[in-house]
Write a protein that binds this ligand. Structure first.
Ligand SMILES: C[C@H](N)C(=O)N[C@@H](Cc1c[nH]cn1)C(=O)O
Length: 504
């Protein structure tokens, strides 16, 4: 070996010790099509956790995640988390949880990446422009159910952790160089997030002294930016989801033959639903509004600083009037006040056409987003007591049954934690700007359990765009967010590696 070769080797080794952001980012750009194909494979699986008939697809999805993590070099386990009890008393196997580990160097921090690969329901007939399960690239946007919520962000984390990154073709004379992971990375990927993370609380409790014992920080990327500016998320609302079932006649009846002679379950149901919230958005259930923590001056100031345009928001949602006409009020009602949403009525006629029937049994589905200091157990009692009392006043011969099927708490982080400082530095590196500090109106049901049970600090680092249409028709992630998001994850893990060990 001549002197020049020795020098090149030493140079390569010293380069490989340093953070190779530019080379890694270039690698991501060069492999962009592979990442899109990986997303295509995942989006093709109809992993709808709310539809029991799709459960085999969900099981298949979890196997695919495990396989991907194995291919990428992780030590992988598929963990059985038991069964789900259905409203009719039957049981159904829950999708297994996938855990994985990359690296176990005690001198490095260990992060746990949490994500989910189940999706909300989607059908072409709902008004999608393309097949929701065939990832379709239109003008740089990748359309498909689950593309943004949450399949691409999970893939991003796996891609960054991949062993492929450890062998990079390098520009200097040597053909390859090794780049090590700056932190140990664990994964916890589930398949029931969209229905409240069934079975996961028990898993976390059981694994607190094992899987979580060496975890320093938890990273979640299951949310979106608020505008074109990248963001870091420090709070989520919780959710209490209810079924209200009204049952009357023994079967559906002809409305011409029987209408006017029986008290209709649907009339009762609509009547009680109308007592939940006023037209101006005031929740009418006693006790709910009183529990909400007051907005502090500090929060008010933080909301002031967020980049947010009311007209763009109107455009994005397609409405000509919003509940509030100033930024702070609107953000506060999006993030830190509760709201009631009525999602649907099972048993009601909802096809096109003019069926003239009196449905015998109808079940309303509604939810109340939770904020500090609300408590789902208290909310459950407030809602059920209230609805039974409102129903009693109707003196209907029909029967009412109210059940709460999801009770997820809100989550709030300390924005002064070094995890957020690391997030700001990573956003600066990739996007050359400061992130917005935002909260999320949606719910990550397991976030609060992570905080309460493991005591670990959590950061949410959104990758999705503000207009991704999560849960809606034509959900998408842009190539820009997918690819730059991968770079953000690269930069972020490097920043986390620099956090002084005393910070928990
Ligand atoms: C924020 C996350 N991407 C999400 O959409 N979560 C769901 C979770 C949920 C809540 N109740 C039932 N599922 C959501 O906020 O709707």
């Amino acid at each position: 070996m001549n002197l020049q070769t020795v020098h090149s080797i030493l140079l390569a080794i010293s380069y490989s010790q340093a953070f190779q952001y530019t080379e890694l980012a270039q690698y991501v750009d060069d492999h962009q099509e592979e990442y899109v194909e990986a997303l295509r494979d995942w989006v093709a699986v109809e992993s709808d956790s709310s539809n029991i008939f799709k459960r085999p697809e969900l099981h298949r999805m979890m196997e695919m995640v495990a396989q991907k993590l194995r291919e990428m070099g992780g030590t992988v386990e598929l963990v059985d988390i038991g069964e789900q009890e259905l409203p009719d008393g039957q049981t159904l196997a829950l999708p297994k949880v996938v855990t994985a580990q990359f690296g176990s160097d005690p001198s490095k921090h260990t992060v746990c990446v949490y994500g989910h690969v189940d999706v909300q329901p989607a059908k072409l007939e709902d008004g999608w422009a393309t097949n929701p399960y065939n990832l379709t690239d239109i003008k740089g946007n990748l359309y498909g159910r689950g593309a943004s919520d949450n399949k691409a962000p999970v893939l991003i984390a796996i891609i960054r952790t991949s062993t492929a990154f450890m062998w990079l073709y390098f520009y200097i004379s040597l053909p390859q160089t090794i780049t090590d992971l700056p932190v140990n990375v664990k994964f916890l990927i589930e398949g029931m997030e969209e229905t409240g993370s069934n079975g996961l609380d028990a898993f976390i409790l059981a694994q607190n002294d094992t899987f979580f014992s060496d975890v320093d920080y938890i990273i979640i990327s299951d949310c979106g930016w608020l505008s074109r500016r990248p963001a870091l998320t420090y709070g989520t609302r919780g959710n209490c989801y209810f079924f209200a079932e009204v049952e009357g006649p023994k079967q559906d009846l002809h409305s011409g033959v029987y209408g006017g002679t029986v008290i209709e379950p649907m009339t009762d149901l609509i009547g009680i639903l109308d007592t939940l919230i006023s037209p101006s958005g005031k929740i009418l259930i006693p006790g709910i509004r009183e529990a909400v923590a007051p907005l502090s001056d500090e929060e008010w100031k933080m909301y002031q600083d967020v980049e947010f345009n009311l007209d763009h928001y109107k455009n994005e949602t397609g409405v000509n009037q919003l509940m509030y006409n100033n930024k702070v009020d609107l953000l506060a009602h999006m993030w830190r006040y509760p709201t009631v949403s009525i999602h649907g009525i099972e048993g009601a006629f909802s096809d096109s056409g003019t069926k003239t029937v009196i449905p015998a049994k109808v079940t309303a589905k509604f939810s109340i987003r939770q904020v500090p200091d609300m408590d789902p157990a208290v909310v459950k009692k407030q809602v059920t007591d209230y609805l039974y009392s409102v129903f009693a006043k109707r003196k209907s011969p029909n029967s009412l049954k109210v059940t709460m099927v999801i009770g997820a708490k809100p989550w709030l982080a300390d924005t002064q934690h070094p995890l957020y400082e690391a997030g700001k530095a990573a956003v600066q590196r990739v996007f050359n700007m400061d992130p917005d500090m935002i909260r999320e109106g949606g719910t990550i049901p397991i976030a609060r359990t992570f905080q309460d049970v493991t005591g670990k600090s959590i950061i949410m680092m959104p990758i999705g765009g503000f207009d991704d249409g999560m849960h809606s028709q034509n959900e998408k992630i842009s190539r820009y967010n997918y690819i730059e998001g991968t770079k953000l994850f690269i930069a972020y893990l490097n920043e986390v590696a620099q956090i002084k060990s005393t910070s928990v």
